[in-house]
Design a protein around this ligand. Structure first.
Ligand SMILES: [Zn+2]
Ligand SMILES: [Zn+2]
Length: 255
């Protein structure tokens, strides 16, 4: 069994994560243009044709920009909730599968457990991907952490966690009040402080990788996000990484 992951970029302007379970390749969100996704995949020797599926968390453009074009060009199966599909602008997807926010499903060697997240989209979900032994969770685009999400994240082996904004930078920045309220509301995004709280509450010796992602371009810095979270962890910054907003990361292997 093997479980590996790599970020093709993570931030408010675009998100895409590639997960490999044995030989099954899953792309979680395609929030960059199809051209950029294909280029970034090429740098790691992967063709879009190799993808077993694209899983879509929700319909915001930083998660779906390249989805429909990739799906049409490469006949890639795309999985999303009915609510996400209803709000999707480009609905023309040749191979479309629906999942239920509380229903696990398998693609190739991977087992996928979606879970609903508090976010201002139609029917937003994030995912836990497993090879049957190890579990990797993605938890971004959440205004707060519900008890259910917190329970699900407990004990995962690797986690991509949102650290969207620094509270002070958001308050003192140039975003209008309405947008500030959306971001720090219960259906917005996790601040560094909230992220640190979650990370501290689920930290355990078996958590091999903690990746901080979905950073805001204007209201956060990698240094700030890492500092806030590492401060609260017993491990400090060990095995904690901040994902780049617009570049491919290294491969992370969950063993
Ligand atoms: Zn979103
Ligand atoms: Zn997003």
């Amino acid at each position: 069994m093997s479980l590996q992951l790599i970020s093709l970029g993570s931030g408010s302007n675009g998100n895409a994560t590639l997960v490999r379970v044995n030989d099954t390749l899953l792309l979680i969100d395609a929030g960059f243009s199809a051209k950029i996704i294909a280029e970034r995949l090429a740098t790691i020797g992967v063709s879009p044709q190799d993808l077993a599926a694209i899983l879509v968390s929700h319909e915001h453009s930083d998660h779906v920009k390249g989805v429909s074009v990739l799906a049409r060009k490469f006949q890639t199966p795309v999985w999303m909730t009915r609510g996400t599909h209803r709000r999707l602008k480009d609905k023309n997807i040749p191979v479309l599968e629906y999942f239920h926010p509380h229903g696990s499903f398998c693609i190739g060697d991977s087992k996928i457990t979606p879970f609903p997240i508090p976010h201002d989209a139609a029917e937003p979900c994030q995912f836990i991907i497993s090879d049957g032994q190890r579990r990797f969770a993605i938890a971004t685009d959440m205004g707060c952490v519900t008890p259910y999400v917190s329970e699900l994240l407990t004990g995962v082996d690797a986690l991509l966690l949102e650290a969207n904004y620094d509270g002070e930078m958001l308050r003192n920045g140039r975003y209008p009040y309405a947008l500030q309220s959306r971001i720090d509301g219960r259906y917005g995004h996790l601040s560094n402080e909230q992220s640190a709280q979650v990370a501290a509450s689920i930290e355990h010796p078996g958590l091999q990788q903690l990746l901080l992602g979905h950073l805001s371009e204007n209201n956060n810095t990698p240094h700030c996000a890492l500092g806030s979270v590492a401060n609260r962890l017993q491990r400090g910054a060990d095995n904690v990484s901040v994902l780049n907003r617009a570049a491919v990361s290294e491969w992370f292997e969950v063993v």
